[in-house]
Design a protein around this ligand. Structure first.
Ligand SMILES: [Zn+2]
Length: 310
């Protein structure tokens, strides 16, 4: 088991949970640790966004009913899976160990293909329990949304863009954009109340061979806390602190992006976000189809096989 570099409060929490009467990570410093976790999820859509995207995938009329039924049998596990990819912010593993690519992501193989090739025990949904297969399904689509975000938004508008005078300005703009999208997602999620209950009931059981046992439970509790208690959501504070800017400054940048008054303007960004969402949805459906057609699918993934849509 990896011990070095693990989030210290996570370790304290695991130790705590072994004490009599402390069944959960309920120490006073837990909420601080939760905020720190939020701060480590960099570069990509936030957990709230991933939950919204996962619901779009499951509601899509293009998803075959048979696959929807499999996933809906264990929807809490599916939702946990779609956020759990960012568990490395708790365990402090290198990001490649949970995301299966370095930035910028290669066109081929896709992260989904790399993961299933490295961990063939996850590759056949029909030998896994319904909860486990739903969890892996959620995990796979998170990888797709992250890659498409990198290609459509992060790399062209930030990572490789010459628009920015310095790294901090670039980083503040990117994080302000993430704050805006995160808030939209949060509003959408708070319309329903069942989500928290579904997630709370999920009981991961050695589901990720590359993540130490205990981390997923900690992660689940963090996501549940964020959903159950709006006060626990400190995304903007943590982002601001990490970048060494004030909350007021980050909020002002977010406001300017939202109002279209940010200077200099970032032409094409809004259109790119729309394209990101539609491409990631289409590719998520394609990869879910590939995953659930285990018995008839090619062993290699669609990208490696040169098939653009499965
Ligand atoms: Zn991610």
């Amino acid at each position: 088991m990896r011990q070095t570099g693990v989030h210290p409060t996570y370790l304290a929490c695991v130790r705590d949970s072994q004490l009599p009467g402390r069944s959960k990570c309920d120490s006073p410093i837990f909420s601080l640790a939760l905020a720190q976790v939020a701060g480590r999820i960099a570069v990509v859509p936030t957990p709230f966004q991933h939950l919204v995207y996962a619901m779009r995938v499951i509601k899509s009329s293009e998803l075959p009913d048979s696959i929807r039924e499999h996933i809906m049998e264990a929807s809490g596990a599916y939702l946990l899976g779609t956020t759990a990819v960012d568990v490395q912010s708790v365990t402090q593993q290198p990001r490649i160990e949970t995301h299966f690519y370095h930035l910028p992501p290669p066109e081929c193989p896709r992260a989904v293909e790399t993961m299933l090739a490295l961990y063939p025990g996850l590759a056949d949904p029909y030998v896994l329990s319904p909860e486990y297969a739903a969890f892996v399904s959620g995990y796979l689509i998170h990888l797709v949304w992250d890659e498409v975000w990198a290609w459509k938004v992060f790399i062209p508008f930030y990572y490789s863009s010459g628009l920015w005078t310095d790294r901090r300005t670039r980083s503040v703009h990117h994080n302000a954009l993430r704050v805006l999208l995160d808030r939209d997602a949060e509003r959408e999620l708070r319309k329903g109340t069942t989500l928290t209950a579904l997630l709370r009931e999920v009981a991961p059981d050695h589901w990720l061979p590359f993540v130490e046992e205990g981390a997923l439970q900690y992660w689940r509790d963090w996501v549940v806390t964020q959903l159950a208690d709006p006060q626990a959501v400190q995304t903007v504070q943590v982002f601001a602190e990490r970048m060494g800017v004030t909350v007021a400054h980050l909020e002002a940048v977010a406001q300017a992006i939202s109002a279209g008054t940010y200077d200099p303007p970032v032409p094409g960004l809004e259109e790119a976000i729309i394209q990101f969402e539609s491409q990631a949805l289409a590719e998520s459906l394609s990869y879910l189809l590939w995953y659930w057609r285990f018995k008839e699918r090619l062993e290699i993934g669609p990208c490696v096989a040169g098939i653009s849509k499965y």
